[in-house]
Every structure is written in structure tokens, then in C-alpha cells.
Ligand binder design. Structure first.
Ligand code: EPZ
Length: 433
């Protein structure tokens, strides 16, 4: 899909962000833990979600869309112990089905994950945690085979050397079906993890944070449950940046406390913000971007500045006078946006794990290519919305729909001049007839 964007239009209106991708994907994996039907609501319509749903069906689950982002997931055929490679290759989060399948069946095989390419993305913390729970792990030709001796895993205290989101979620899911108390030390503190813990508790395995650790009371069997996916804080931050870079007036319905370091950064820049209990508004119609102040940011695990808002923030910083710096403290490589921003006229240099941005007075529309990272795609769209003239954002890898639910339509509803290429060709055909 490509996007044709004519820059210079201020966004105005209100956005209610969809359910959080980085919770929904893990909640879907949790459905493997029980043989009872579960219902998930507010599931975002994303490519990654569709991949995860296809994986659940391939493993034997029956997936029933209920409409309005709700899905009922119930037993179908007997659960398979092997995840199909073509699906796992598309989505890193699908690797997290390994532990639940292992806990259910006593053995499982999952190919090594694919998904966004953000530098080397090992799974050593996942494997180490499963081994602590008693799993025998064999890594063979591009996949991980896990077995539980005598079909049993045992509760454990797992100490994570790094607060990995994926490893924390994967191990909490697995521990929910290991009778006894499992502790995860140095766990990830992202709100999406809390959403998963709440669902595990609803399934019958009490899971909570206590004294800086996660405690899961595993059970021999779990029940069914319903759960509503939390709002997507990364989408919320992306739309706030879209409102700022286009000097618009935008209310974004979200949970502001999930975005504290990000909102503090915008305030430090001088972006006019107003916080409410259920949202944040940017009021930038009287703002000139040249009045904003440069900042230095380092991305860190929650509650630090979120790595997923690094690329979109760089788009705004490219129009802020002075030198800003973003140090990427989570992933080895989160700079896939740099070439595209430079093509639009931004002055962005990458030194090691740091982006150095020299603000320029304006950006100029051109054709740019989305590479490797859905957040880089969002950054290029935001920059194009502020650029003079017409841009084409080419997203052949379909990165943007992986992480952003109806991104172009939402921006168009807010006043942006953005059209999906396929729509353009249709319109040309219609006009031509
Ligand atoms: C989750 O990825 C999110 N994805 C990411 O969102 C997000 O950026 C990231 O957490 C950090 O918040 C989902 O939840 C589906 P990590 P994950 O394990 O679980 C290293 C997006 O755009 N590491 O916390 O992969 C790893 O290499 C995506 O929405 C190990 O070394 O993140 C990385 O440097 C991008 N060994 C760091 O930890 C391991 O076993 C953070 O990874 C696991 C991770």
C-alpha cells in the first residue's frame, strides 16, 4: 500500500485510539491456555492481529469474529504442538505460543520469530525462563523445541537480567498453567503486561505485581473469561505528534498516565498540551514550530520514554530549531526512518545508538520508502503531513497496517490530505470512465 499525502493541512478533531497491539497479541496467545471459550473486545484490526488469529486457528482454535473488534475464541480441533513457520516468521510475538503449548501438551515446537527487524532480537531470556520452569529446550534448524519431563513443569523464581516485555509476558502466560507460585524478578513494567496479568487472573490464575516482582499462582486448569483490550498508548502518542507537527487542534482519548515521559518531553519542547482524566489535547494552531525547543531523550523500558515513539518524535524534532538527540536505549537499531526523513529534507545523523537531529525550517514533499519498522512508517507519514507539496510514502512491506489501525482513514477524518494509492488508482479509473 502506498500513501499520497499533500502536506500543510492542520489536523482538527478528536481521536479515540484503538486497542493496544502490544497487549492484544499477547492476550490472543493466552487463549491457548484454556479449553473454555474466551471473548476479547476492543481488539485492533491490524495485520499482526490477523496473523496471530490465523496462528490460533492453525493450532486448532476456532476464532469467531463478533464484530466491533470483538472475538470469541473457543476449542476447535485438538491443539497442535507445532506452530507453522510461515505465520511465526511474520510476527515475533507469535513465539510466545511456545510456553502455553508446552504447558498444555508437554511438548511444543515453534520456529524462531520474524516480525519487525530491530537489530538482533534474541529469545535467550524466553528460553532461560522456560528452562527455569523445568523445560528441556533444544534449538534446532531455525526453531525451538521444548519438552516438559514427565509432562510436568514446576513453579520457579525466574530472575530476568533485562526487563524484556516479551519474555515477561511469555513466562507469565506459561506459569499460569504451572500449579504453584512462580515469581518473575526484574519484570517488564509496561502497562500492556498489566493488561495480560489481569486477563490471567480472570482465567483463574491470580497474577499480580508485588514488591517489584510478578507473582503468578499457576493452576492445573483454567476457565474461560472476557477481557477488553486496553487503549494503545503508542497510537495515542503518534496522533498527538501528528497534531503538533501539523499545528492542529487535536483531542486524543487515551490514558495520559501511560504516556508520562512522552508528555513531559512534549512539554519540555513547548508543545501546548492539556491533560484530562481520559485524554490529552494538543492546541497548536497559534504555534510556530520554530518556537519549539530542542530536547535530548533516551528511550528506556517503562516507565522510561517508549522506544516505539522514538521514530515519530524524530519527525517533529526535524522541524525544531537547534540540535536534538534521541538515544535508543532499548533496541540495537531503531533508525529505519532516517533515510526517508533525510529525503524529505530533515537533517538527521545516526552515531552509534544516537540520532542527532538539526532542525530545519521546512520539509519538502517527495517519494519515500517505509523500511522494516511500522513506527518508522508512521514517522514518514507525519513528516509528509508537514512537508510542503506532495509526498508518496511507499509501504510495500505493509509495515504501517501492522501497528496502526485505519491510520490513513483516521488522519483523513481529521483533515489530512492523505489517500491510499489503491484508492487513487480506483478514483482515476472512475474519473477516466
Ligand atoms: C515488545 O517487543 C513490543 N512488541 C515492541 O513493540 C516494543 O518496542 C518492545 O516490547 C519494548 O517496549 C510486542 O509487545 C508485540 P523486549 P519485545 O523483549 O518483547 C532484548 C512495536 O513497534 N532481548 O522488551 O520484542 C531485545 O533484543 C514493537 O510495536 C534479549 O536480548 O521487546 C531488545 O534489545 C517493536 N533477549 C530488548 O531486549 C530476549 O530474550 C527489548 O526487547 C528478549 C529481548
Amino acid at each position: 500500500m502506498n500513501y499520497r499525502i499533500r502536506g500543510g493541512r492542520a489536523l482538527r478533531g478528536e481521536v479515540t485510539v484503538p486497542g493496544a497491539k502490544n497487549s492484544a497479541l499477547h492476550l490472543l496467545a493466552a487463549s491457548l491456555l484454556t479449553d473454555e471459550p474466551i471473548t476479547l473486545r476492543n481488539v485492533p484490526d491490524l495485520r499482526d492481529v490477523r496473523t496471530q488469529l490465523a496462528l490460533l486457528e492453525a493450532l486448532g482454535k476456532r476464532v469467531e469474529p463478533l464484530g466491533e473488534g470483538a472475538y470469541r475464541i473457543a476449542p476447535g480441533s485438538p491443539l497442535a504442538s507445532e506452530a507453522p513457520g510461515e505465520l511465526v516468521q511474520k510476527l515475533r510475538a507469535s513465539f510466545h505460543v511456545l510456553g502455553p503449548l508446552l504447558a498444555r501438551l508437554g511438548e511444543a515446537y515453534v520456529p524462531l520469530p520474524g516480525g519487525d527487524v530491530l537489530g538482533p532480537r534474541p529469545v535467550d531470556l524466553h528460553v532461560g525462563g522456560l528452562q527455569a520452569l523445568g523445560a528441556v529446550i533444544e534449538v534446532r534448524e531455525g526453531g525451538v523445541c521444548a519438552r516438559a519431563p514427565a509432562q510436568k513443569l514446576r513453579p520457579a523464581t525466574i530472575s530476568l537480567p533485562y526487563p524484556s516485555v516479551g519474555a515477561t509476558v511469555h513466562l507469565a502466560l506459561t506459569a499460569a498453567l504451572v500449579p504453584g507460585t512462580t515469581l518473575i524478578e526484574n519484570p517488564a513494567r509496561e502497562p500492556e503486561v498489566d493488561d495480560v496479568l489481569a486477563f490471567l487472573s480472570a482465567l483463574g490464575a491470580p497474577a499480580r505485581r508485588r514488591e517489584g516482582r510478578i507473582e503468578v499462582q499457576g493452576q492445573p486448569k483454567l476457565r474461560g473469561a472476557e477481557h477488553r483490550v486496553m487503549p494503545d498508548r503508542i497510537c495515542a502518542g503518534t496522533y498527538l505528534l501528528a497534531g503538533a507537527i501539523t499545528r492542529g487542534e487535536l483531542m486524543v482519548r487515551c490514558r495520559p498516565w501511560h504516556l508520562r515521559p512522552f508528555l513531559d518531553t512534549l512539554q519540555a519542547m513547548g508543545v501546548p498540551l492539556q491533560e484530562f482524566a481520559d485524554g490529552v489535547a494538543v492546541r497548536c494552531e497559534d504555534l510556530t514550530l520554530t518556537s519549539l525547543r530542542p530536547v535530548r531523550v533516551e528511550t528506556q523500558p517503562y516507565p522510561g520514554f517508549p522506544t516505539d515513539l522514538h521514530p515519530p518524535l524524530t519527525a517533529l524534532l526535524s522541524l525544531v530549531p537547534g540540535e536534538s538527540r534521541i538515544r535508543e536505549g532499548v533496541f540495537e537499531d531503531r533508525f529505519a526512518y532516517a533515510a526517508g526523513l533525510r529525503a524529505l529534507g530533515a537533517r538527521v545523523r545516526i552515531r552509534g545508538r544516537e540520532a542527532i537531529i538539526e532542525g530545519v525550517p521546512r520539509l519538502y514533499g517527495t517519494e519515500v520508502k517505509v523500511e522494516r519498522d511500522n513506527r518508522a512508517g508512521a514517522a514518514l507519514v507525519l513528516a509528509a503531513l508537514a512537508a510542503e507539496g506532495e509526498s508518496r510514502v511507499c509501504d510495500e512491506e505493509e509495515q504501517i497496517p501492522r501497528g496502526y489501525h485505519r491510520f490513513a482513514e483516521t488522519l483523513r477524518d481529521l483533515g489530512a490530505d492523505i489517500v491510499e494509492e489503491s484508492l487513487i488508482s480506483t478514483r482515476h479509473r472512475e474519473e477516466g470512465e
